[in-house]
Design a protein around this ligand. Structure first.
Ligand SMILES: *Cc1c(COP(=O)(O)O)cnc(C)c1O
Length: 225
């Protein structure tokens, strides 16, 4: 069961602001995804490789799959034949593996570099310096199949909205800095993936171009299933 009214309202709100909606369907049955697809939703986000490779063949090939979870290098090959964007690239070695597997499939895969903006040690992501190091390496070794399409970040899980706002603002500033200093000639560096069910409005106000929304549209997740 999807929350259809929520979906339609959020979709309208975001399209008015030119922000792309990724509906996050982890743990949800393919019937729910299909229902949303029939309402016109094209971009779906999944967190687990096994779950994604099981769902993908059961659904329309028109779906744009976004992998938003933490990805281990040895699993890239399982999703490389079809994945559209990988949101949480947090090391140069992972980027190289995506380049290699995408090349084997003779396609390109969009990559978002995940930045650690929250103050929680548990959230993955690069520091600003680690990001700049990766960008330096790419300068001397341009990638052809892994397209650096922007940045991604997750804010601290807190009630403190000004803290969330600050974290998203920092990500936006870092994006502008990279765009101006490193990737001026890159047409592809366009996306700032930030915002989920609890904080997407704050993220959009801070310049998000892509939000990842799960529970507001699919209902709460039950991990026991
Ligand atoms: C699960 C998840 C989401 C969606 O979370 P909701 O709170 O259900 O909207 C967004 N981004 C990432 C990286 C996630 O793992």
């Amino acid at each position: 069961m999807i929350l259809k009214e929520n979906y339609l309202a959020i979709r309208k709100e975001l399209s008015d602001k030119n922000v792309q909606l990724i509906t996050v369907s982890k743990t949800k049955p393919v019937d729910d995804l299909r229902e949303l697809f029939l309402l016109g939703q094209k971009a779906f986000g999944e967190n687990y490789v096994q779950e994604l490779v099981e769902k993908q063949p059961q659904l329309s090939s028109e779906i744009e799959w976004h992998f938003i979870g933490h990805l281990q290098s040895n699993k890239v090959k399982m999703i490389a034949p079809f994945v559209h964007t990988i949101h949480a690239v947090d090391s140069f070695s992972l980027l190289l593996e995506i380049e290699k597997q995408a090349a084997k499939c003779n396609r390109t895969i969009n990559c978002l570099l995940q930045i650690h903006i929250a103050d929680e040690a548990t959230k993955f992501g690069l520091t600003e310096n680690e990001l700049l190091e990766i960008l330096e390496k790419i300068k001397s070794m341009p990638l052809k199949h892994a397209v650096i399409d922007g940045l991604m970040g997750m804010a601290t899980f807190t009630e403190d909205e000004s803290k969330i706002e600050n974290e998203f603002r920092l990500l936006k500033l870092l994006f502008e800095k990279v765009k101006n200093d490193f990737l001026k000639s890159e047409k592809s560096f366009q996306q700032i993936s930030m915002g989920m069910s609890s904080d997407y409005k704050i993220a959009v106000a801070q310049g998000s171009t892509m939000v990842r929304i799960g529970s507001l549209i699919f209902g709460e997740r039950n991990y026991q299933q």
